[in-house]
Design a protein around this ligand. Structure first.
Ligand code: SF4
Length: 352
């Protein structure tokens, strides 16, 4: 392992100043960064430990009815916060479907946003990877790529973003608060991530030294709570990243969909907001024909990036299934281990 400095700033300004140095990295829960360092994928020359910064570990209701989640709130603490889970159930469900209980206890909200892709070639320093080493090439293009992107990918990179949490956040218009050298700013979560283009090493709107300090959800996101689900297909029931996932949040009034918010995970380098599908559902009856039309629209631009054409139809079906479950109503309690996308509560298999 490379040698590196370790600093522990006491306030945000000091942290930003320390992290603006080239090669510096912020350390919070460390659930991704330490693996990257041990594998030689990331070699920071300075770790800026932000875990002691005051005030970033709070979940705060806002006067306008929204909520502000500090970047150091642990994933498990947020998912198990009663008021949060009741008001934003799809977000809590997504958090509980991520990683393992141990990792959720350690991982932070800010770190969840900034976790790196799980493309196997990115983690293998003997492989060519434009994201790890710009200009090196992309061994995933002709390699094992069945789990890679079907939307928004480029010839330079076909990786996906691994977060569950970010998928309902994108659907519900979350905003990211950032502290940087020139002060504070905020960016819509949907605009926070960059598609790879020809610069896949640039993954977000962050500049050197920028620190994510909080995520906000607006008051209107609470209006979807009665009909909101997050559904994830993975290769084993727990501790696996999404092959495909979907957040479906509906406002249903007098038997009609007044408004829909939809996003897909596991399909692109960012959580993929399905706005065309939302438009199709607005004013529609919540039935399987409308859901299928919406799913077709959501995946209209999808293209396989390799051996992964199956993900396109899988994503359509998961979206239909998430919409069906959301229409039936948010369960009063979210299971600690959310169910398989294809099972009932009793475990019997169903058609998607
Ligand atoms: Fe690297 Fe992206 Fe190619 Fe994976 S898909 S090897 S992350 S450039």
């Amino acid at each position: 392992m490379n040698t590196f400095d370790y600093v522990r700033p006491t306030d945000i300004a000091e942290a930003v100043a320390a992290a603006t140095e080239p090669g510096a990295a912020y350390l919070a829960g460390g659930t991704n960064l330490l693996d990257l360092m041990k594998g030689g994928i990331t070699r920071p020359n300075r770790l800026v430990d932000v875990t002691r910064l005051k005030g970033l570990d709070r979940i705060e209701p806002l006067a306008d009815g929204g909520i502000r989640i500090g970047a150091l709130v642990r994933n498990a603490d947020l998912a198990h916060d009663d008021d949060f889970a009741k008001s934003y159930p799809a977000v809590a469900e997504a958090l509980l479907s991520g990683a393992s209980a141990q990792l959720r206890n350690a991982a932070t909200v800010g770190g969840n946003l900034l976790q790196r892709t799980r493309c196997g070639y990115f983690y293998d320093t003997a492989s060519a990877c434009n994201k790890r080493e710009p200009g090196a090439g992309c061994d995933a293009r002709d390699g094992e790529n069945r789990l890679h992107a079907v939307l928004g990918w480029s010839r330079a990179c076909i990786a996906t973003h691994p977060s569950d949490f970010c998928v309902p956040l994108a659907a519900l218009d979350a905003v990211v608060e950032i502290a940087g050298k020139t002060g504070r700013r905020e960016v819509a979560l949907e605009d926070f991530y960059r598609l790879p283009g020809d610069r896949p090493e640039r993954e977000s709107a962050l500049d050197p030294g920028d620190l994510v300090i909080a995520v906000r959800l607006p008051a209107e996101a609470r209006g979807f709570a009665p009909h909101a689900r997050y559904l994830k297909v993975r290769e084993r029931t727990s501790y696996a990243f999404a092959v495909v996932s979907a957040a479906a949040c509906l406002r249903i009034e007098q038997g009609t969909i007044a408004e829909a918010r939809l996003a897909l995970g596991g399909v692109a380098a960012k959580p993929w907001r399905a706005r065309a599908a939302e438009k199709i559902l607005a004013g529609a009856s919540p039935d399987s024909a409308a859901f299928r039309r919406a799913a077709e629209a959501a995946l209209a631009d999808a293209k396989p990036s390799g051996d992964n054409a199956f993900k396109i139809e899988l994503a359509r079906r998961i979206l239909v299934r998430a919409l069906t479950l959301a229409t039936a109503g948010t369960p009063p309690r979210i299971a600690a281990l959310p169910a398989s996308a294809f099972s009932t509560a009793s475990g019997a298999l169903q058609d998607a």
